[in-house]
Design a protein around this ligand. Structure first.
Ligand code: ZN
Length: 234
């Protein structure tokens, strides 16, 4: 397989030739266009095809860029339950994280090598989010379990790619720290959802009735999570 990068004017793209291909395919991923073409097709033909499809490509590139995760550290801000925190990064004697009003002060140890700073910062921020998440989730579980007349067991905070929470048979509830990146009304929905599993250990109609009885906007919150989860990560 050979690859060539072409400047298409409004966007750059990569052309990959493969002997196994029979037709040309356009693929857009993370704001990047790749053209896969069979060996034997000329770059001129590829260019013509891309020109022909330009409107479609631009539309999908735009959508794809919108779905790409923002680089929070580079932006210098972090989402927090519907608010936005500013990041203030310094080098100091010891690595630490502290919140002062709406600013998260990150101190990276001066002994930390420059090339490792980004990953150390990410780790510090994630640890900070986890601690906040434990606090916030415990508080919200206490609030909702009283309203729902239920009793949860231990609360565990986790880091998962594909789930927001869980409920175990022993009444332990787990929540993803990334929920704190969502607005509060969305994070609250996940608390109600997991608590409702203490009554119904499935996603049956009675389960949804119970959730919606306590949280009428459950479906809206569910949709919000699906549509926004790509930016709720570090
Ligand atoms: Zn569920």
């Amino acid at each position: 397989m050979t690859a060539t990068v072409i400047d298409g004017g409004q966007f750059q793209y990569q052309v990959q030739f493969s002997a196994r291909r029979r037709s040309v395919a356009l693929q857009i991923k993370q704001g990047q266009l790749t053209v896969r073409a069979p060996v034997g097709i000329s770059l001129e033909e590829v260019r013509n095809l891309v020109d022909l499809k330009q409107r479609w490509i631009l539309k999908h590139l735009k959508q794809s860029i919108q779905l790409t995760k923002p680089d929070w550290l580079a932006l210098g801000k972090l989402p927090m339950l519907g608010n936005q925190l500013s990041l203030d990064v310094r080098v100091g004697a010891k690595s630490a994280v502290a919140l002062a009003q709406d600013t998260l002060l990150i101190t990276v140890s001066s002994r930390c090598r420059t090339e490792r700073r980004h990953s150390v910062m990410t780790k510090l921020i994630q640890q900070w989010y986890c601690a906040q998440a434990l606090n916030w989730c415990c508080q919200r579980v206490r609030y909702w379990q009283e309203k729902m007349a239920l009793q949860a067991g231990d609360i565990v905070i986790g880091n998962w790619k594909a789930k927001w929470g869980y409920c175990k048979h022993n009444t332990e509830l787990g929540f993803n720290w990334r929920l704190l990146m969502a607005p509060q009304w969305v994070a609250d929905y996940v608390i109600v959802h997991e608590l409702a599993h203490l009554t119904y250990f499935n996603h049956s109609a009675p389960f949804w009735q119970l959730v919606e009885h306590h949280y009428p906007d459950a479906r809206v919150a569910e949709r919000y999570l699906k549509q926004n989860q790509h930016w709720m990560m570090l």
